[in-house]
Design a protein around this ligand. Structure first.
Ligand SMILES: C[S@@+](CC[C@H](N)C(=O)[O-])C[C@H]1O[C@@H](n2cnc3c(N)ncnc32)[C@H](O)[C@@H]1O
Length: 184
C-alpha cells in the first residue's frame, strides 16, 4: 500500500507549549494544517503515549478535550524508566482540558467505545502494539496520527496495515522522526 507524502501548506506555532525535550517537538506546527486539510473537528482527542506531556499540550491548543493514556513508567524505547505520573499530572494541571489516565492502552481500548475527532499513537514502538492500538484508534477516530514512522520501520508498517484494515488512506510527514496520518 503506497504511503503518500504529506506536505503542509502552512506551519503554525502553537499558542502554548511545554519547555521540555521531546522527539515530538516541531510537529505541533503541522496540527492546524492537518485539521483543515482532512476536515477534522476539534471536539475530542485521545492520545496513547503521553510521557512528559509535550504532544498532549500541543493537542490541547486545538481540542476542547484531550484524554491522555499512559502507564507513565516508560518502555524499552524511552530513556526515562520509572513512575513519573505524579510529576506529569502536576505539570499538566495547568491545562484544564487535559484528562490523564494511568493505564495501559490494552485496558483502555477494551472498555472505551467512544469516537474521537483525532487519535495519536505514540506508545512502545513494536509492530504488534502499534498495530493493535492503531487499528482501534483508526476505527474510533476521524484522523489517527502515528509518531516515529521514519525512526521505527515497525511503526511505519503498523500505520500502513492499520489503515488498510480500517479501509482508510495513509499519508506520511517525514520531519521530526515521522508522522503517519490515517484518514478515511
Ligand atoms: C515515546 S513516549 C511518548 C512521547 C510523547 N508523546 C511526547 O510528546 O514526548 C512513549 C510512552 O508510551 C508509554 N507506553 C508504552 N507502552 C504502553 C502501554 N502498553 N500502554 C500505555 N502506555 C504505554 C510509555 O510509558 C511512554 O511514556
Amino acid at each position: 500500500m503506497p504511503i503518500k507524502p504529506f506536505i503542509p501548506e502552512k506551519l503554525v506555532p502553537a499558542a502554548q507549549s511545554l519547555d521540555i525535550y521531546s522527539a515530538w517537538r516541531g510537529l505541533e506546527l503541522t496540527i492546524p494544517d492537518i485539521l483543515s486539510r482532512f476536515g477534522v473537528a476539534t471536539g475530542s482527542c485521545i492520545e496513547f503515549g503521553v510521557e512528559f506531556g509535550y504532544s498532549t499540550v500541543a493537542f490541547s491548543n486545538y481540542f476542547d478535550k484531550v484524554v491522555g493514556i499512559d502507564l507513565f513508567v516508560g518502555d524499552i524505547n524511552t530513556d526515562h524508566k520509572g513512575d513519573h505520573f505524579r510529576e506529569t499530572r502536576a505539570r499538566l494541571s495547568a491545562f484544564p482540558n487535559i484528562e490523564l489516565h494511568k493505564t495501559s492502552y490494552q485496558d483502555w481500548i477494551a472498555s472505551d467505545d467512544s469516537y474521537y475527532d483525532l487519535a495519536h499513537v505514540d506508545i512502545v514502538h513494536t509492530y504488534r502494539d502499534t498495530f493493535k492500538c492503531g487499528l482501534w484508534a483508526a476505527q474510533h477516530s476521524t484522523c489517527t496520527l502515528f509518531h516515529d514512522t521514519e525512526s521505527f520501520v515497525d511503526v511505519r508498517n503498523a500505520a500502513i496495515d492499520a489503515a488498510r484494515c480500517a479501509g482508510k488512506e495513509v499519508f506520511n510527514y517525514p520531519q521530526h522522526y515521522g508522522l503517519g496520518i490515517v484518514v478515511g
